[in-house]
Ligand binder design. Structure first.
Ligand code: CP
Length: 305
């Protein structure tokens, strides 16, 4: 087993990441329903989501079920003992007695690391506040590998770089692959200074405008402005709707540019992009299934690595 818990992308080496991406490729026909394999038969996964989710929760459930395992869900806090004041520590202690692994999404940064200290079984971080979203990063890297290339990659990260946990995880992983990175955001949503300095020591990274780099980049990774992360609504309203990519924006792009987004989107990618050859965000969502199969197999299978 290469890792027991998956809390941060920092827990993985480039070799670990490449191993997961290769395993995901092996599971792709199972994810597509073209082949049956049941290595997780008899295993039980608990999905604990203290924040809304469509893709992460459902793709973990699909991944587990297609591999022969079963899933229990706790999504509505009102329907669980969390509503009676039960702590996260106690919830994890209890659920780890029922399930073989726990997928946890929580609004507080550091919640997954804290949960791992209270769990008898592997914890997989499905997003902790503005902290990390490592399984999203693995599926993002898989998408880039499948639809573009991780070699000599030029990528622009656009949108909310301050609060976006998908960006915070992805940018760290990109340094392992020597990517050239452009940062595009409203000034108030710039990448945190400490993270910028950390990245700058490892790869070429520049603050840019989309018009300056659109002809050069291989990947445009767009994120939503997350209303729920702003301490006050006025600050959110100052930046809401401040950037938008549409089909016209992409007219000067390379033929093989791909546009990615972790989704959900609000208005930052116009639907006119959906019909272009550049749009890969729905395919990206599907790739969450084979990648999460690989992660579940790694932490749960008796004969994993
Ligand atoms: N990308 C992502 O985390 O989507 P959900 O919030 O729907 O899980």
């Amino acid at each position: 087993m290469r890792f027991r818990h998956l809390i941060s992308i920092d827990d993985l080496s480039r070799d670990d990441i490449e191993y997961i991406l290769e395993l995901a490729e092996k599971f792709l026909p199972v994810a597509e329903g073209k082949k049956k394999e049941k290595p997780l038969e008899g295993k039980l996964l608990a999905n604990l989501f203290f924040e809304p989710s469509t893709r992460t929760r459902m793709s973990f459930e699909v991944a587990m079920k297609r591999l022969g395992g079963e899933v229990i869900n706790m999504t509505a806090q009102e329907a669980s003992s969390v509503a009676k004041g039960e702590t996260l520590a106690d919830t994890i202690e209890v659920v780890s007695k029922y399930a073989d692994a726990i997928v946890l999404r929580h609004p507080l940064e550091g919640a997954a690391r804290f949960a791992a200290e209270h769990s008898d079984v592997p914890i997989i971080n499905a997003g902790d506040g503005a902290g990390q979203h490592p399984t999203q990063t693995l599926l993002d890297l898989y998408t880039i590998k499948k639809e573009s290339s991780l070699k000599n990659l030029k990528i622009a990260l656009m949108g909310d770089l301050k609060y976006s946990r998908t960006v915070h995880s992805l940018i760290k992983a990109l340094t392992l692959f020597g990517a050239e990175i452009y940062l595009i955001s409203p000034p108030s949503l710039a990448l945190p200074e400490e993270l910028f300095e950390e990245i700058r020591e490892k790869v070429r990274v520049e603050v840019a405008e989309l018009e300056e780099v659109i002809e050069e980049i291989d990947v445009l990774y767009v994120t939503r402005i997350q209303k729920e992360r702003f301490p006050d609504e006025e600050e959110y309203l100052k930046v809401a709707g401040s950037y938008k990519v549409d089909a016209k924006t992409l007219e000067r792009a390379k033929d093989n540019l791909i546009v990615m987004h972790p989704l959900p989107r609000v208005d930052e990618i116009d639907v006119s992009v959906d019909r272009t050859k550049h749009a890969k965000y729905f395919q990206q969502t599907f790739y969450g299934v084979p990648v999460r199969m690989a992660i579940l197999y790694e932490v749960l299978a008796e004969n994993g690595s």
